[in-house]
Design a protein around this ligand. Structure first.
Ligand code: NDP
Ligand code: HSE
Length: 444
């Protein structure tokens, strides 16, 4: 049961909200600058002044511009627990330290705004319980797709609808890399370095390129959309590290581009039993699909709901200012509640749907095989697919050194069946290797 705190009644109109800003990196610096720049307007919007009373960093000796040096501290916990702090903005990143700081804040009845998807996806239950127990707000709009409002619309605007699918590009770094590889043939390593320089990538870019960042975002989206707790570990995940120029060329040959997609679906089996699937993988997307034209570090999220139909959210998915925009929207919302009273809608996981096994999902596949260039190969391969009930949409053969490349595109098939088919195909004498299996998403 939710406990009441003084924040539910509010400090009173015109009272000041004391803010602790934890982190002064890409996002923290932009948030600090914009909070100062728009201070007067923010006062009007929140019902009282919002004042940054401390800024936590890890290295106090580093020279810093654009911040009042008296505000800096390397003791984030003491800052969080100070009596003059009402609201904590966590933009440090990582999990262990932010978890301690955010829990300490929430337990002390202080509202929290965070951009940290890794934290929210890994510890959502614990954070929600702490917020419910003290009556504090926990906001994390910036954690998914940076500037794009998608958490709020799912949680509030679509609360009266039934969401069946959420699909999109939710990682700016990998979209930046794949887009450049597709557009100009740029190299993967070069573009990753550039995304890091531009402040899009995580402190450890492995989180981006191996799909962990997108998986955390998928977990958050699926949890809200389906009123079911989905953690990052529940999300099937493949990254883009293995994607090569040859894969991009192969996708182009069938009229597609490659995008790292997050897919969250409500599945209904033949008995009407529902489950939730959340997955992240690079997929071929037809060039005429709106997701194919999402370039650079932009993100896009499609939502399909029963009454609303199809909705599309598009915009800046990474970077200091775009992320600060979402952080500051939450800061205003939390501040308004601190000043005027009330609390934002919290977690809703009443449906508790089971998580579907990855093998039970249906999609289309693009399979590239290296085969001996001899009579009967195609028939043997086609037979393997047919034996598992998988129908082929297109088959293409290209000459290559030491044999031929056979590229098949399937119609909808079950993941389990495809996996078995790949094993069957690999055991044919005339098939030298199955070089790549990529899924294909977007309307057929
Ligand atoms: P940065 O690495 O640029 O900044 C991290 C900040 O945290 C630095 O100021 C660092 O201090 C500080 N910090 C690190 N350890 C501590 C510590 N022990 N105590 C106090 N401060 C500490 O990260 P970003 O700004 O890019 O990202 C922040 C968060 O926002 C992450 O959770 C990220 O996932 C999320 N996010 C980022 C987006 C982006 O485009 N960058 C978009 C959406 C979300 P110091 O300056 O001394 O190194
Ligand atoms: N590293 C993340 C990305 C930041 O590239 O999308 C935004 O969440």
């Amino acid at each position: 049961m939710t406990q009441q705190t003084s924040y539910n009644t509010g400090k009173g109109a015109g009272e000041t909200v004391g803010v602790a800003l934890l982190g002064f990196g890409t996002v923290g610096q932009a948030a600090y600058r914009l909070m100062n720049e728009y201070a007067d307007e923010f006062t009007e919007r929140a019902g009282g002044p919002i004042e940054i009373r401390g800024v936590a960093v890890s290295d106090l000796s580093r020279p810093r511009e654009g911040v009042d040096p008296d505000l800096l501290t390397d003791d984030a916990m003491s800052l969080v627990l100070r009596d003059d702090i009402d609201l904590v903005v966590e933009v440090i990143g990582g999990i262990d330290l932010p978890r301690k700081l955010v829990l300490a804040a929430l337990r002390a009845g202080k509202s929290v705004v965070t951009a940290n998807k890794a934290l929210v996806a890994a510890h959502a239950d614990e954070l929600a319980e702490a917020a419910d127990a003290s009556g504090a707000d926990l906001f994390f709009e910036a954690a998914v797709a940076a500037a794009i409002p998608v958490v709020g619309p799912l949680r509030r605007s679509l609360a009266g609808d039934r969401v069946n699918r959420v699909m999109g590009i939710v990682n700016g770094t990998t979209n930046f890399i794949l887009d450049a590889m597709d557009e100009s043939g740029a190299s993967y390593d070069e573009m990753l370095a550039e995304a890091t320089r531009l402040g899009y990538a995580e402190a450890d870019p492995t989180a981006d390129v191996d799909g962990y960042d997108a998986a955390s975002k998928a977990a958050i989206l699926a949890s809200i959309a389906f009123h079911t707790r989905v953690s990052a570990d529940d999300v099937y995940r493949e990254g883009v590290r293995e994607i090569t120029a040859a894969d991009i060329a192969s996708a182009k040959a069938v009229g597609c581009t490659i995008k790292l997609l997050a897919l969250c679906e409500r599945l209904v089996d033949s008995d009407g039993k529902e489950s939730v699937s959340a997955r992240v993988y690079p997929a071929l997307v037809p060039r005429n699909h709106p997701l194919a034209s999402v370039s650079q570090s932009f993100n896009a999220v499609f939502v399909e709901a029963e009454a609303a139909g199809r909705l599309m959210f598009y915009g800046n998915g990474a970077g200091g200012n775009p992320t600060a925009s979402a952080v500051l929207g939450d800061v205003i919302g939390a501040s308004r509640n601190i000043v005027l009273g009330g609390r934002a809608p919290g977690e809703s996981v009443y449906a508790s749907l089971p998580i579907a096994s990855f093998g039970s999902i249906d999609t289309r596949y693009h399979v590239v095989m290296h085969v001996k260039d001899q009579v009967g190969v195609l028939a043997d391969v086609a037979k393997c697919f047919a034996n598992r009930g998988i129908s082929l949409k297109t088959v293409r053969q290209e000459g290559s050194e030491n044999g031929a490349r056979l590229v098949v595109v399937t119609h909808m098939a079950r993941e389990d069946d495809l996996e078995k088919t790949v094993a069957d195909v690999s055991s044919i004498d005339t098939v030298l290797s199955v070089e790549r299996v990529l899924r294909m998403e977007g309307d057929d």
